[in-house]
Design a protein around this ligand. Structure first.
Ligand SMILES: NC(=O)c1ccc[n+]([C@@H]2O[C@H](COP(=O)([O-])OP(=O)(O)OC[C@H]3O[C@@H](n4cnc5c(N)ncnc54)[C@H](OP(=O)(O)O)[C@@H]3O)[C@@H](O)[C@H]2O)c1
Length: 253
């Protein structure tokens, strides 16, 4: 797999995402929060999806305080969401905006860090539900809306362990390989017939709750903040990446 990075001097225009409607999953914390705020700061109307309403409301307030367009809130637990919930979301987006220009699949569970031999079915299933099945259901539900946009971008969030397997990373690593697979299959299906581009993005080690939980011995500030890795998130979401599809990106060199 060839991994792409953007030029170090990439500088997104302040209005890169003006007029676009962008849905971010896991928007209440970590990288998803930074992406939602950054997309709003570059002109997007952001739809904040996550499982903890209070966190989504805090992001909503931060975006409004910064002068961004009024966001939309959609609290949803991807571990238990049904097909009907995704239809409700798509209907709400359709009636409110009539289209969707961008979708950042960001929410994920880390799950258990243990050998396959000792992995538990419950934890395995939860990770697969949130990290893989939810992405399929959300992609399928929103494709008709993405088709309504002049140019649309879907970003799947990968990981280093989704490109090279590693001991004890269990369901999380397997789910990220599946994420790369879903990206490639969807991108291939849309490549010649639609204006929707589909790519994957590995943020790399980033100072978030997930990283701190995976590496408790690490000094958190040794890793970049979510805000520091936003250039690649902006590049892939905005029209600067028009025509770029079925590619795997790293957000850090
Ligand atoms: N941080 C890194 O170093 C790193 C490295 C490689 C890849 N990644 C990937 O980058 C993405 C973001 O990671 P992060 O580090 O920002 O993680 P994080 O700090 O744990 O944030 C994850 C977000 O996803 C939400 N989420 C989790 N389960 C959910 C569910 N069932 N339904 C709805 N939302 C749910 C969380 O909601 P709550 O706030 O309610 O918990 C949280 O807002 C993930 O896909 C991760 O695999 C991260």
């Amino acid at each position: 797999m060839d991994i792409q990075t953007i030029p170090a001097d990439y500088s997104p225009a302040p209005d890169l995402l003006r007029g676009k409607v962008v849905l971010v999953t896991g928007a209440g914390d970590g990288i998803g929060r930074a992406a939602a705020e950054s997309y709003a700061a570059h002109g997007a109307t952001v739809v904040l999806l996550g499982r903890t309403l209070a966190k989504l409301e805090a992001v909503y307030d931060a975006i409004e305080a910064a002068g961004g367009a009024q966001p939309a809130l959609f609290p949803l637990d991807l571990a238990s969401a049904t097909e009907a919930d995704y239809s409700t979301l798509a209907d709400a987006l359709d009636s409110t905006f009539g289209r969707l220009d961008g979708l950042l699949h960001n929410a994920s569970l880390l799950g258990e860090r243990r050998p396959i031999a000792n992995a538990t079915w419950n934890a395995w299933s939860d990770v697969m539900q949130v990290n893989v099945n939810a992405q399929f259901l959300l992609s399928r539900a929103t494709l008709p809306l993405l088709e309504q946009a002049p140019l649309a971008s879907v970003i799947f969030t990968s990981s280093g362990v989704g490109r090279q397997g590693r001991a004890y990373w269990g369901a999380y690593a397997v789910s990220k390989f599946a994420t790369e697979g879903l990206m490639q299959v969807l991108a291939d299906e849309l490549e010649n017939t639609s204006r929707i581009r589909v790519n994957s993005l590995n943020p790399g080690a980033t100072n978030t709750a997930m990283r701190r939980s995976a590496y408790p011995a690490e000094t958190p500030t040794e890793n970049p903040s979510p805000a520091a890795i936003m250039p690649t998130y902006l590049y892939l979401m905005g029209d600067d990446s028009a025509g770029v599809t079925k590619q795997a990106f790293d957000a850090q060199p």
